[in-house]
Design a protein around this ligand. Structure first.
Ligand code: NAD
Length: 492
């Protein structure tokens, strides 16, 4: 491994570390070791795996200070945000560890009248080795949604963190080795995109990818070569919709945090805000007042940090420029808010729905605010995009809020708060359309990393043996009469 790459602190441009670029052979060797580790890990009992995962969780919380510092250095986000991200990750490790047996362990199912002589069982077995390819924006929380659930399901994991956050990835892997020193059940491969593509082409049994839709397409093509299944957690363009009866202060507070925290570099961040016409001006004023009080920086008082990935600043610049050129107006900030590596908060109002500021993921501290007739129109506009990750509804009327939440074509929706679903470990997380497919978190997230295994055991001789050449016409007649009784009823 002669090739290396460096990471820089995005706020100061100071080097943080030098990391190996894993080539194809190194990736394949790592995956081969992971298969050996998987054989050991999967043979442990549920309880034995649970104890080890809980020990890892406990290690992470005891040393949260160190890991948070590393997240702060590599991403530039404020220390408290880094701590929050780690806390959420810990909640997920805990849930996955405690629930794995209940969700995945053997369970009897009813065999039905036709197969009444059979005992039927379903269980979910580990896949083997899961390759996790992660992004940089939440370098602990996001990959953990795959890592913890894949491990709890009995798999070994090979983790390829983003090239912007390899030190955080390394710290996660070495912390796991503290709790599980026996075998390399969780391993690290560092490198650029090419290393990720070697992982996707290797002998892994599944790829859990989190990143942009454009990269997901490439990863999927690589996975197709070996028919390796994949879960894709991609970007979003999430909308927050404010009904005329909403608590406007609460809605403005949530909208500002949803749009600006982590400098807007959040897959489920608020990028579009649709506001009922009747309260539009009042709401916009509340939003502007709150946003004007916030600023980016690297000091302790800063509300959010620098842009982690310098290249993203061009996308933000283009979106602001397009919004204004197409008839929108900047209510707070504008192109002048871009002061590399920082971007000050930007509110764009009355931007046409065709602008890239509305159609494409900006991934910056900006938001568009648009007046709509009511919740239904907000939902219609929110659903018009090609993404479908998360969403938020602010409304006092419970029934109307639930109806709008159901109608949003996305994987998760919060009512009267923002992003709350991510902190409920029992809730599945994932999107549709360009936001990807498959689910992490919750029972669905555990099953994503397991294969269903169905077993029948004949407990008595059948009345009529249908699966035998000794079957007679008389047998067939009997079974058809029974089927007519069971299923032949007329339905109106
Ligand atoms: P990215 O797509 O540039 O990179 C993601 C990962 O893929 C990195 O580790 C990268 O090295 C790797 N990669 C790049 N090319 C590859 C290839 N050809 N084959 C295999 N791997 C390859 O994304 P990013 O900039 O790191 O992350 C930002 C994106 O991630 C945003 O779109 C954001 O919305 C999304 N995201 C989604 C979620 C979610 O849960 N849905 C969470 C966080 C971030």
């Amino acid at each position: 491994m002669s090739r290396t790459f460096d990471t820089l602190n995005p706020a100061t441009s100071e080097p943080i570390g030098t990391f190996a670029i894993f080539g194809e052979d190194e990736v394949n060797d790592t995956v081969a070791r992971a298969h050996e580790a998987a054989a050991w890990w999967s043979a442990l009992s549920w309880k034995e795996r649970q104890v080890r995962l809980l020990a890892w969780k406990s290690y992470l919380i005891r040393y949260i200070g160190r890991l948070a510092e590393l997240v702060h250095e590599e991403t530039g986000k404020p220390l408290a945000d880094a701590q929050l991200e780690i806390l959420l990750a810990i909640v997920h490790i805990d849930w996955a560890a405690r629930q794995a047996r209940k969700v995945l362990g053997p369970r009897k199912v009813r065999s039905g009248i036709v197969a009444i002589n059979q005992a039927a069982t379903v269980e979910y077995q580990p896949l083997g080795v899961v390759g996790v390819i992660g992004p940089w924006n939440y370098p602990v929380f996001t990959p953990m949604g795959s890592i913890a659930y894949a491990l709890a399901a009995g798999n070994a994991v090979v983790f390829k963190p983003s090239e912007f956050t390899p030190a955080v990835g390394g710290a996660l892997v070495s912390s796991f080795a503290e709790a599980v020193p026996d075998y390399p059940v969780l391993q690290l491969v560092t490198g650029l995109g090419e290393t990720g593509s070697f992982l996707a082409r290797s002998a892994v049994n599944k790829i859990a990818f989190t990143g942009s839709a454009a990269t997901a397409r490439k990863v999927m093509a690589a996975c197709a070569e070996n028919l390796t299944p994949m879960v894709a957690e991609c970007g979003g363009k999430d909308a927050l919709i404010v009904s005329a009866d909403a608590n406007l202060d609460a809605a403005a507070d949530a909208a500002v945090w949803g749009a600006l925290s982590n400098a807007g570099q959040t897959c489920i961040g608020v990028e579009r805000i649709y506001v009922a016409q009747d309260i539009y001006h009042t709401f916009l004023a509340k939003l502007a007042e709150r946003v004007s009080a916030l600023r980016p920086g690297d000091d302790r008082e800063a509300d959010y940090g620098p842009m982690t990935m310098p290249g993203q600043i061009e996308v933000i610049e283009q979106h602001i420029a397009d919004a204004i050129a197409s008839g929108g107006r900047a209510v707070v900030g504008g192109l002048g808010s871009i002061r590399r590596p920082y971007v000050g908060p930007v509110i764009l109002a009355d931007v046409p729905e065709s602008s890239t500021a509305v159609t494409d993921e900006t991934f910056g501290p900006t938001m568009t605010v648009t007046a709509v007739a009511d919740l239904a129109e907000g939902v219609r506009l929110a659903n018009a995009g090609r993404y479908g990750l998360g969403g938020t509804i602010f409304a006092r009327n419970k029934k109307a809020a639930m109806q709008a939440a159901r109608a949003l074509r996305c994987g998760m929706t919060s009512i009267n708060s923002v992003i709350s679903y991510a902190s409920v470990p029992a809730l599945p997380f994932g999107g549709s359309g360009d936001s990807g497919f498959g689910r992490i978190h919750g029972a669905d997230g555990l099953r994503e990393f397991a294969r269903a295994k169905s077993i029948t055991r004949q407990r008595m001789k059948p009345l009529v043996n249908l699966t035998s050449f000794s079957r007679t016409d008389e047998d067939m007649k009997k079974i058809l009469s029974l089927a007519t009784i069971l299923h032949g009823k007329r339905y109106k």
